[in-house]
Design a protein around this ligand. Structure first.
Ligand code: UD1
Ligand code: CA
Length: 460
C-alpha cells in the first residue's frame, strides 16, 4: 500500500475569533478543535502526522505530542503555503502523496477522506483538491474554472473581483499532493496578494501552468466548515453534538429531546438511561445503565446503574453508586462518594464526603469533610461545621445513627454507631455508641403570658 504523510496547518492566530486562546485550541464538545483533525489522520492510519504550530506554539505543541503527532514550528506564520514549507526538511526522503488539512476544519469524516484518497489513486492524479459548493461562500477561497470546466486556480475572497465572489464553489483546504511537486511548487509562490502571505492555494495555478494532473473533487457542505469565528464554532459544535447524540441513541440511550442534550466527547453512557432536556454531561463522565437524569450538569463524575438524578443538580468530580437518588436542587462537590441506595435530597450540599449505603440526607443540609456510615438518617438543616476559618476538620458518623433536624456537628467530632442526636443539638464532643446527645436550653412555658401583655399594651 502507498505510504501517505499528513500535514495539518495549525499555526495561525485565528484573529477573527477575538480570543486570547489560539483558535485550534478552542473546545468542541469539550475537546480542542485540533484534536479532531489529528484523530482523523490517526484513524486513516497515516503514521507521518505533522502539525505546523506557531501561534501559542507551546500549548498547541503540548496537545500535538500528547496525541502522538509531530509538531513543527512556523515562526512567524506567513501564510498557509509558508506553513506547509516548514515540513520540507522532515519529508525530504518521503516520496508519496501528502494529505494537507487545516486545523480549523474539525468536522471532516474519515469516509470522506477515504473516498477522496481513492479517487486520487484511481485517476492517477498528482494533485487533488477537495471543493464544496456553498449557498453562502463568504470567507472562503473561490475555485475558478475554465470554460471547459477544468480548474484554473483559486482566488481568496480578499483578492477576488465582484464577479469571482459570486462563484459558489470553494476550496475546503483539503489537498492531496505528490511530495516532490508540492515542495517544488511551494518554492515558487510569492506573497503578491492583499494579505502579503504565501498562499498554499497558489500551487493549484502552478499545477495548471505546468500541466500537472490536477483533479477537483466535490463533497457535501456539512463536514467542511472552516471555523474562523465564534459563530462558526457554534455551528460546528451543533454538528458534533448531534453526531454524539445520534451515536448514544444508537447505543440504546433515550433522549426526550436530543436537541437539548449536551454530551461532551469523552462521556460514556449505558443503555436504557433516559436523558431529559437540559442535561449537560461534561469531561470524563460515565453514566451507568437505566439511569434517569433530569436537567442537571454532571462533570467528571461516575453515576451507577439505576440512579435517579432529579431536577437542577450540579455534580462535579463525584462518585454516585447504583440506585442512589440525588436532588432536586442538590450540589455534589468534588471528592464526594454517595454509596448504594443512599439519598441526597433538596437543597443539600455535599463536599468531599462519603455517604454510606442506604443513608439519607433529605433536606437543606451541608455535609463537608464527613464520613457517614450506613443507614444513617440526617435530619433537615443539619450542618457539619468543618471550618474554623483556618483549617478544615473531619466529622465521622458511624452506622445506624439518627441525627435530628437542625443539628450542628462541630468538627473534629465522631458520633458512635447507633447514637441519636436530638433535634437542635450542637455537637461539640464525641458521642459514644447508642447514646442520646442533647444540647439545648430547657424550654420554659409561661402560662397566659400573651394575654397579660395584651392587657397591659392594648392593640391600637
Ligand atoms: C484557507 C484557504 C481558503 C479556503 C479555507 C478553507 C489559503 C490562502 N486559503 O483560508 O482558500 O477556502 O482555508 O477553510 O490557504 N495557518 C498556518 N500558518 C499560517 C496561516 C494559517 O498554519 O501562516 C493555518 C491556520 O491555523 C488554519 C489554516 O492554516 O488552521 C487555515 O488558515 P486560515 O487563516 O483560517 O485560512 P482561511 O482564510 O480560512
Ligand atoms: Ca480557516
Amino acid at each position: 500500500m502507498t505510504e501517505y504523510a499528513a500535514i495539518i496547518l495549525a499555526a495561525g492566530q485565528g484573529t477573527r475569533m477575538k480570543s486570547r486562546l489560539a483558535k485550534v485550541l478552542h473546545p468542541l464538545a469539550g475537546v480542542p478543535m485540533l484534536s479532531y483533525v489529528i484523530d482523523l489522520v490517526q484513524a486513516l492510519q497515516i503514521e507521518k502526522n505533522i502539525v505546523i504550530v506557531g501561534h501559542q506554539a507551546e500549548a498547541v505543541s503540548a496537545l500535538v505530542s500528547e496525541k502522538g503527532a509531530v509538531a513543527l514550528l512556523q515562526n512567524p506564520p506567513k501564510g498557509t503555503g509558508h506553513a506547509v514549507l516548514q515540513a520540507k526538511e522532515a519529508l525530504k526522503h518521503f516520496q508519496g502523496p501528502v494529505l494537507i488539512l487545516n486545523g480549523d476544519t474539525p468536522l471532516l469524516r474519515k469516509e470522506t477522506i477515504e473516498q477522496f484518497v481513492a479517487q486520487y489513486q484511481r485517476e492517477g492524479a498528482a494533485l487533488a483538491l477537495l471543493t464544496v459548493s456553498l449557498d453562502n461562500p463568504r470567507g472562503y477561497g473561490r475555485v475558478i474554472r475554465k470554460m471547459a470546466g477544468a480548474i484554473s486556480h483559486i482566488v481568496e475572497e480578499k483578492d477576488a473581483s465582484p464577479e469571482e465572489r459570486l462563484i459558489s464553489e470553494v476550496n475546503t483546504g483539503v489537498y492531496l499532493c505528490d511530495a516532490a511537486f508540492l515542495f517544488k511548487a511551494l518554492a515558487r509562490i510569492q506573497p503578491n496578494n492583499q494579505q502579503n502571505e504565501y498562499y498554499l492555494t497558489d500551487i493549484i495555478g502552478i499545477a495548471v501552468s505546468e500541466g500537472v494532473h490536477l483533479i477537483g473533487i466535490e463533497t457535501r457542505p456539512e463536514e467542511v466548515i472552516g471555523v474562523n469565528s465564534r459563530a462558526d464554532l457554534a455551528k460546528a459544535e451543533a454538528v458534533i453534538r448531534d453526531r454524539i447524540n445520534q451515536q448514544w441513541m444508537a447505543e440504546g440511550v433515550a433522549m426526550i429531546d436530543p436537541s437539548q442534550v449536551y454530551i461532551e466527547a469523552k462521556v460514556t453512557i449505558g443503555r436504557d438511561t433516559v436523558l431529559y432536556p437540559g442535561v449537560v454531561l461534561e469531561g470524563e463522565t460515565h453514566i451507568g445503565e437505566g439511569v434517569t437524569v433530569h436537567p442537571a450538569r454532571i462533570r467528571d463524575s461516575r453515576i451507577g446503574d439505576e440512579a435517579l438524578i432529579k431536577d437542577y443538580c450540579l455534580i462535579d468530580s463525584a462518585e454516585i453508586a447504583s440506585q442512589v437518588s440525588i436532588g432536586p436542587f442538590a450540589h455534589i462537590r468534588p471528592g464526594s462518594v454517595i454509596q448504594k441506595s443512599a439519598k441526597v435530597g433538596n437543597f443539600v450540599e455535599v463536599k468531599k464526603s462519603v455517604l454510606g449505603e442506604g443513608s439519607k440526607v433529605s433536606h437543606l443540609s451541608y455535609i463537608g469533610d464527613a464520613h457517614v456510615g450506613k443507614n444513617v438518617n440526617i435530619g433537615a438543616g443539619t450542618i457539619t461545621c468543618n471550618y474554623d476559618g483556618k483549617n478544615k476538620f473531619q466529622t465521622t458518623i458511624e452506622d445506624d445513627v439518627f441525627i435530628g433536624s437542625d443539628t450542628q456537628l462541630v468538627a473534629p467530632v465522631r458520633v458512635g454507631k447507633g447514637a441519636l442526636i436530638a433535634a437542635g443539638t450542637t455537637v461539640t464532643r464525641d458521642v459514644p455508641p447508642d447514646a442520646l446527645a442533647l444540647s439545648r436550653v430547657k424550654q420554659e412555658n409561661k402560662a397566659d403570658w400573651v394575654k397579660k401583655r395584651n392587657r397591659l399594651e392594648p392593640k391600637k
